[in-house]
Design a protein around this ligand. Structure first.
Ligand code: FNR
Length: 368
């Protein structure tokens, strides 16, 4: 049996990835901030939520279709923006882009992606959103905005929960830095994971591809701490496409972002990688939904591990969800076949959960 066929759920992908990836890379992807209580608190909240079975409704014809900003998507979930995905395996970014194209779902393209944004939107056949980090005084940031527009992006995701990068002890212990330095410790780690190391060596070290820009020198050490409400207003003025603000956990912030003209908010704790003591994003979802009102687009990520989790988040007030690290684990576990397999598993889990709860269409979910 191939490795892909051994994936029956996200936990299998993670287990296989843990075996294949160097410890440094596994812990970079899997790790969270501080004591990782934020990650556990969010999982506990998702686990405690239930979906009530409903019976004797003809659920033989079910649809997983959704729409985002008026565009049809074949699933109510997409791909969260993640930096340096090619660490999971060479070509990971392109595998994710092909997946986005196949299912017409958004691919989040990180500011610190390992493949240039132009290539990703092309391979994703337009189903790509550019994720932006504001840094320094914004000069480089606005260059990236212009570049995204020129590349054909129509949706920008401003990530606001990284005024400082969270301390993630599992990363720090391995001396993880980008671009990475290979000292004796990392050498041993790579030598003990030859399958990953040989493939990655052949492909060349992953780069932060969006910072390679003719005529402009990015200072990657610039602080992200200077973003404020004025930054959001400037960005709103500069960007006529859809604008998503990602990394919001407070209802008052959410209302202010809505009123500043954002088109959607992504409730997220950055996968628990930022503030260990943050409330569970899943637990905050109903409060934020109540604050912004029923019609305002709310997206959700952080801690989702199954199709049932997606249905829970949709039931708690989200319109659309995003998966993060588990997609990278599927790639590390079994390449593109692993990614496709996990995606199918997640889709199947959602479809079965819909049947059990009497749903044929996700638009009916708030009134099952
Ligand atoms: C991320 N995330 C992230 N978010 C963002 O806006 N820009 C980025 O560059 C990154 N980079 C990144 C790298 C890695 C390795 C991970 C795991 C995550 C956060 C990501 O978009 C999303 O919020 C979380 O991954 C969702 O949580 P789960 O699904 O991973 O639990």
């Amino acid at each position: 049996m191939g490795a892909a066929e051994r994936i029956h759920g996200a936990a299998d992908a993670r287990r296989l990835a843990r075996r294949r990836l160097p410890w440094m890379v596994f812990d970079y992807i899997d790790g969270a901030a501080g004591q990782e209580t934020g990650a556990r608190r969010n999982r506990a909240a998702i686990d405690a939520a239930t979906l009530r079975p409903r019976v004797l409704r003809d659920v033989s014809r079910r649809s997983l279709a959704a729409d985002v900003f008026g565009r049809p998507a074949a699933r109510p979930f997409g791909i969260a923006p993640m930096g340096m995905c090619n660490l999971a395996g060479p070509g990971a970014d392109l595998m994710l882009a092909r997946l986005a194209a196949r299912h017409a779902v958004p691919l989040g393209v990180s500011t610190v992606a390992s493949t240039p944004m132009e290539r990703l939107i092309e391979v994703a056949e337009g189903h790509a959103w550019f994720q932006l980090y504001f840094s320094g005084d914004g000069t480089g940031t606005f260059k990236l905005v212009e570049r995204a527009r020129a590349a054909g992006y129509d949706t920008l995701v401003l990530t606001v929960d990284v005024p400082e990068v969270g301390r993630r002890p599992r990363e720090l212990r391995h001396g993880f830095t980008m671009p990475f330095r290979i000292g004796p410790r990392q050498f041993l780690d790579f030598a003990l994971h030859p399958r990953w190391s040989l493939a990655s060596l052949a492909a060349g070290r992953p780069q932060m591809a969006n910072f390679q820009m003719d005529g402009f020198d990015f200072d990657r050490t610039e602080s992200r701490a200077r973003a404020d409400w004025d930054t959001l207003a400037r960005l709103r003025d500069a960007w006529s496409g859809s604008l998503v603000v990602k990394g919001v956990l407070d209802p008052d912030d959410a209302v202010r972002i809505r009123d500043a003209g954002a088109d959607a908010i992504q409730v997220s704790s950055h996968g628990a990688r930022q503030l260990d003591s943050a409330p569970s994003p899943f637990a905050m979802l109903p409060e934020i939904r109540a604050a912004v009102g029923p019609g305002f687009p709310l997206f959700f990520d952080s801690g989702l591990r199954s199709g049932e989790d997606v249905l829970k988040a949709l039931s708690a007030g989200a319109d659309f969800c995003f998966f993060g690290r588990i997609l990278q684990f599927a790639i590390a576990a079994a390449g593109e076949a692993g990614l496709v397999r996990l995606w199918d598993v997640l889709s199947d889990e959602l479809s079965i959960a819909m049947a059990q709860t009497g749903l044929v269409d996700l638009a009916d979910r708030h009134d099952p």
